[in-house]
Design a protein around this ligand. Sequence first.
Ligand code: PLP
Length: 366
Amino acid sequence: MTSPDRADAQLHIDLDAIAGNYQDLARIAAPAVCAAAVKADAYGLGAERVVPALAAAGCRQFFVAHLCEGIALRAVVPQADIAVLHGPSPGTEPEFMAHDLIPVLNEPGQVERWSRLAKDNGGLPAILHVDTGMNRLGLSAGEAGALADAPERLDGIALRLVMSHLAIAEEPDHPMNAQQRGRFEALRARLPAAPASLANSSGIFIGPDYRYDMVRPGIALYGGNPTPGQSHPLRDPVRLRARILQLREIDSGESVGYGAAFRASGPCRIATVPVGYADGYLRALSNQGLAYVAGMEVPVVGRVSMDLITIDVTAIPAGAVNVGDFVDLIGGGIALDDAAQRAGTIGYELLTSLGQRYARIYSPAA
Ligand SMILES: *Cc1c(COP(=O)(O)O)cnc(C)c1O
């Protein structure tokens, strides 16, 4: 195999930047403990590399979504607390125990089954998730109230945390934030005493009232701006770049790519780059994406193909752009959130869609 440095399409992931982001968030959140959301393979960046970097930066508590993610992560960080957001589906409880995973209990059946197992095993830890407005996962107000009235239903459970999740933390002034916080306070007051957690990345920046005992950032670790509309307070660890495979001059009126979706209004120089929708460069970026090359922003023209995109480099002086030169597609001049917005989506989806064909180049190297 060729060395990653020679690969035509490269995904650079700066583990020091991720660790630095963790440390900055932990400083901001202190005295609250800073956990890390590392579900979906650490937002597509590779949990096997990202999680040890976070652990070395001081992170002791990780959140994944699925049981299988928790089991895989247990081998990576034998000592850390690993919480599984989806909780145990019926019959999987012994696997949580076997791999020392902390279930997030979201509904009464999960509470009941975990309590039964916990009583039989001399006590087991769990996190209780109460819903405060997402209406997605977590005990409803009624269910939480019923549990508060019959606390013996938690017998055997060492309650590590009571948590909830914000729906619209990206808009700090939105009234729903305060409403969710109010509901969270009311439910907590009725439940057995336990540390509390409410904030995701953006929630940390709403203010100290939202940080409680633990914060759970994800996207802010990986380059998403947790304060949209304001300058990015953290580092950008992801850089997607690829080499120009071919350059061609086309005449006015010629089209580029499938569907002839771009037509040149004058003579154009087109650079073809080996990244496509199979690599997570979303097809929605057809005639929308931006690339950065030779110090200039230039447009992706025509449709995104499975394996290729085409870029209009006419504005770059001849000689300043050559076959083999690198073009930045995410990071290095193209902000993750801007690229996502151009695709009609969010940085989360762009990162978790990144494909497996890139040479993944981590720094520092293993
Ligand atoms: C994904 C997730 C987070 C992290 O959210 P970000 O917006 O990426 O910071 C925190 N808490 C829960 C429950 C989540 O599902």
